[in-house]
Write a protein that binds this ligand. Sequence first.
Ligand SMILES: *Cc1c(COP(=O)(O)O)cnc(C)c1O
Length: 356
Amino acid sequence: MTKVYNFSAGPAVLPKTVLEKAQNQLLNYKQSGMSVMEMSHRSAIFEEILEHAKAQVKELMNIPDTHSILFLQGGASMQFHMLALNYAQGKDVAYVDTGNWSQKAMDEASRYGTVHCIASSKDKNYSYIPEFSTDNLEKYAYLHLTTNNTLEGTAFTTLPKVNIPLILDASSNILSYDIDVSQTALIYAGAQKNIGAAGVTMVIIRNDFISDVKDLPPMLSYETMIKNNSLYNTPPTYGIYIAGLVFDWLQELGGVDAMIKLNTIKSNTLYDFIDHSDFYSCPVHGSDRSLTNIPFKSPNETLDAKFVKEATDKGLLNLKGHRLIGGMRASLYNAFPLEGVDALIAFMMQFEGENH
Ligand SMILES: *Cc1c(COP(=O)(O)O)cnc(C)c1O
């Protein structure tokens, strides 16, 4: 098998050591004679896996005792709906529109409440993070932000201090971004980008952030999920196990701070190269650039398509930009190695030489 680098935006590359550990334990987890996939979610052995994953991420993200950690299903897209069902019904809610995923979140919220878009970067194709005032937010039930915009390649560098519940979609930069969890009411992230395998959605929720809606369907009630420790029904057991292995790997490498350092080096290497080139360009405003998702373009769409094809032939996979954005996109999540960035730049230089 030839060496490949997987630039996918999600499901994305996982640490090789994590996959090897899962392989070693696949048939017989810790002398249990069973695979994790075969275990009852109510068994002591699975409970240990669940509690271990929670303890590891609690430490990694400095999650205070005021907050619960949930592992749910349905992806971040289900959270768009679930949080609106729980907290937006008949209320005014505030959203910052920073791109495709924020818009999807707003669409779901508008089924239940009155959505106020308090800032948007739509005027410039979502190439920057808009500024907004945190005064007079009291009339809103919550403020929703997308911390990293996976398609457009922008990210919040700091989070606003607000006196209403702050809700974050951190799907594409959780564990690559310093979040003060104590300042948040709810954080959600699909696992398939920076946590583990698709099928798990991690939610970090303040225990007193309780919906006042009566008779919520139990599968869509945060309160039910908190009370049952994610075990109201069968949770995505294998995905939780993989997330735990990724959390172990992160701990060994030095945690979120170490990841921010490494991701800064990886992304700066690529941004610097692009910024010094008159062939490639990145549409995103300098200080709002994402550490994890880097969109770029060649001089025209024909060359973009040629680039993606030739890169694929060289083992540089999944560089095609999102269909709504075009061009290319390199996703450099925690598990993506620095050598992969060097390999991409070497190819970019060669391609430019041949097509200038
Ligand atoms: C990928 C992504 C989503 C959608 O995730 P699903 O798990 O596919 O529902 C939502 N928000 C952001 C920021 C994303 O990157």
